[in-house]
Design a protein around this ligand. Structure first.
Ligand code: ATP
Ligand code: MG
Length: 580
């Protein structure tokens, strides 16, 4: 691939100016000194995110700015957030909820969700956010697997989705309704009524850095979602990545577009910006290109963290943002969740005057692990380099063997050396599966990648999605990237389809750009284009046009569903499937 490199221009010097020297000298212990810690020596996420700022000159700074559907703005300062979250922690006391018990939310991006999250962390309860779009069954599955003791939701969600599963959830003690003015019965209570008399003073109990804090269910891209458990110490990763990857400076306005139902919306939609003392924008609405551009302009957003699926949607529109909107404040644009094709990075450069910085992590890693840092040369299509404090490598992994691959450019499993603070501590009720993710000191991510001679990592695909065709191992990302280079193609996904002769044949599903009609000529043209670039062994042999690709709520293409449908097999868990 042709590599174009950039040097970014900055109005502000980035926090990380010399990657190599920070990587060499980095120490987690030293970074921990930038957190306050508790008097007794412990670490609590909510203390670092809220409490310490409320006792500092930041107290009147806006911590969270909510934009409602009708564009009404609601600001919560660090000082007010401290009081509100203390109240909720006291509500949990009143309800006799103990340390380590699980508090779930099922709500849109409303202020109560954020107050509950941080209040629960103060109380050292375990917080678990659910996507509000889940139907009753996925909600039941997660509440019961997570042994929820409290669920905070709205009256409407309660009526539509929770009421009918309540008697199957014997451990659920309370349902708190954010918008009910009266308690309904002994179990279903009004949150405002409980909050009103609660004291705004709460002393955070000593919190062991290893105390459980957050439960996140994975996206379910490759199968049944797994429950990854994280501890309070994770806040150190949130702090460090906020500082060096997102490049937070005091006074920054930050917008993470992810919903807290997905780990990005909690680690970076709640915790990291607060720990770093910046202002977060939270839009209660879903994606809308015009709305998004105007929020970037109106709110003078400096740092914008989004996902490839949204970027691809923006790429499909006929809008040149810099011509229509004043985006002079936008300093850093980042993307996570799926591979960001080189084409999207270059589009960002054309549209915003800066490349979009791709970074890689997983629910299991709790925070960003590999990134294109703002001061670094960007190689479009690459995930970048490991976070200082994180050792990443490519390994050959079989049932019996484990070998780190030293040669640059060789494909293998992406592995991380154990020990970063936000590493998950278990898969809920599946310790066996957790153990299988490790080989000695190394965590096996389940993703395949390559490392080039400059130390940049390149995503190849998920181990489960790899296609074995005529003796080749084909990563879907490579094929999809080429397909997306074709002028008519907006989105592409490829799968392996069993074939008696060549093992699997590569089949592509294509979404065309608006206004382009599919016909046999176009089909031949796209296959020909891919053959020329990829060679006949790797290029798709079959191609189908579709209106949309099936995706998870967090915007990931569900290749396993395309495959199941293609082969007429059971569709598996569809709880996270985005409904069009
Ligand atoms: P499940 O584990 O249930 O199948 P999931 O892996 O999609 O779901 P997440 O933890 O939300 O759940 O996603 C992490 C995965 O997303 C990574 O393992 C990787 O496959 C993909 N991913 C995230 N960021 C990137 C990126 N920048 N480039 C390529 N892939 C990425
Ligand atoms: Mg995964």
């Amino acid at each position: 691939m042709e590599l174009k490199q950039y040097n970014m221009q900055f109005s502000l010097p980035p926090n990380l100016t010399d990657y190599q020297s920070l990587y060499t000298s980095f120490s987690w212990e030293r970074e921990r000194e930038n957190l306050d810690g508790l008097l007794q020596g412990g670490v609590n996420i909510a203390y670092e995110a809220v409490e310490r700022h409320a006792q500092s000159p930041l107290t009147d700074t806006v911590a969270l700015r909510f934009i409602s559907k009708d564009r009404t703005i609601k600001n919560i300062t660090y000082g007010n957030l401290q009081k509100l979250t203390s109240r909720f922690a006291n509500v949990l006391n009143t309800l006799n909820i103990s340390k380590g018990e699980a508090v779930f939310t099922l709500a849109g991006r409303i202020p109560e969700l954020y107050i509950v999250a941080l209040g629960a962390l103060k109380k050292v309860a375990v917080f678990c956010p659910l996507f509000s779009v889940f139907g009753p069954e996925p909600i039941f599955q997660r509440l019961s697997r997570g042994e929820a003791k409290v669920l905070v939701t709205t009256t409407s969600f309660f009526e539509k989705k929770v009421k009918l599963i309540l008697d199957r959830l014997p451990s659920l003690k309370y349902v708190l309704l954010t918008d009910a003015s009266q308690h309904i019965n002994e179990q279903v209570l009004s949150l405002p009524r409980l909050m009103e008399p609660a004291s705004e003073h709460f002393i955070i109990p000593d919190t062991n850095p290893e105390d459980p804090a957050l439960l996140h269910f994975t996206s379910g891209t490759t199968g049944m979602p797994k429950g990854a458990l994280h501890v309070h110490k994770a806040v150190l990763t949130h702090y460090v990545t906020g500082k060096y990857v997102l490049d937070f400076h005091f006074g920054d306005i930050f917008w993470c577009t992810a919903d807290p139902g997905w780990v990005t919306g909690t680690s970076y939609g709640i915790i990291a910006p607060l720990v770093n003392g910046v202002t977060s924008i939270i839009d209660e609405e879903d994606f809308d290109a015009v709305r998004w551009y105007s929020i970037l302009e109106d709110q003078k957003v400096n740092i914008w963290y989004t996902a490839p699926t949204a970027i691809r949607r923006l790429m499909r529109m006929d809008i040149y943002p810099m011509e229509k909107y004043n985006l002079e404040h936008l300093r850093v644009i980042l993307s996570v969740g799926e591979p960001l094709h080189a084409e999207a990075v270059l589009w960002g450069e054309k549209m915003f005057g800066k490349p979009i910085l791709d970074n890689w992590w997983q629910t299991e890693t709790g925070g960003i692990m590999i990134a294109n840092f703002p001061s670094m040369d960007v190689k479009p299509g690459s995930m970048g380099k490991p976070l200082p404090g994180v050792e990443a490598a490519i390994a050959d992994v079989t049932d019996k063997d484990f070998r780190i691959i030293q040669e640059p450019g060789k494909q293998g499993n992406l592995v991380l050396k154990k020990g970063w603070p936000s590493m998950f501590r278990t898969y809920l009720h599946d310790e066996e599966r957790y153990k299988k993710c490790f080989r000695g000191e190394w965590y096996i991510t389940g993703d395949l990648a390559k490392k080039d001679s400059d130390g940049y990592f390149w995503f190849v695909g998920r181990a489960d999605d790899i296609i074995k065709t005529s003796g080749h191992m084909v990563g879907p990302f490579e094929v999809e990237s080429i397909l997306m280079d074709h002028v008519s193609v907006a989105e592409a996904a490829v799968i392996g389809k069993p074939d008696p002769i060549i093992g699997e044949l590569v089949k592509a599903f294509i979404v065309l750009k608006p206004g382009i009609t599919s016909d046999e000529n176009l089909q031949m043209d796209i296959i020909g284009f891919a053959r020329k670039k990829l060679g006949p062994a790797v290029a798709p042999k079959e191609l189908a046009f579709v209106n949309e690709l099936p995706k998870t709520r967090s915007g990931k293409i569900l290749r396993r569903l395309l495959k199941a449908r293609e082969l007429g097999l059971p569709e598996g868990d569809l709880s996270t499937l985005e409904q069009p």
